[in-house]
Write a protein of this length. Sequence first.
Length: 213
Amino acid sequence: MLAKDVLYPSRSLEVSTRLRDMKIITFLTLILATSISVALDLTNSFWIWTNELTPSPDWPTGIAPVGARAFRRVAITPPDKTPLSASIIIAVDDQYTLWVDGNEVGTGVDYQTAQGYCVALSPYCYNVFAVEATNGGTVPNPAGVLAAIEITYTDGSTQMVVSDSSWKALNSPTIPTGFEEFNFDDSSWSAATVESPSGGSPWGPIDTPSSPC
């Protein structure tokens, strides 16, 4: 205890009270910041496919050939930032394999229920999200890829990536070897075709998991 605290006990009590109040405010701020964090969802995402879709009286969005197709999305890292992780929600009609930065992350077969993944990202100037999507069946039918990705950087900031026309799509059932890798050249691929917003026909609402990360 300092001499001034003996001479001025009320001042010492005031300082202690302020420190206590500051700790309480900091604690409540942390709780509030956690409670108001927005869950990742598919609200701003679109169903996409290749431009091979053909009109159909039964399916306004069009029908696609049976077989596998490849999709890629390269996310450029903003200046002075370093990628840390990605929270991903994805649903594909009919089935898919997902890669991130060249590594296989997971597979799925139920387009009515999206799957979630939390993935560590390579700390490079860009990150690659690649999907091999397969349209099942024996005749052409609706097909689509629906995804939302939240990239988190080491400084705590985030970037959203959704399935839309910014994705690249390959109009071929032959999936190129290494299409999921960083150095793959997709310059000859077409822009993905937007079919329907999330929740739209013919898929309707999709069940989504809570934020994976």
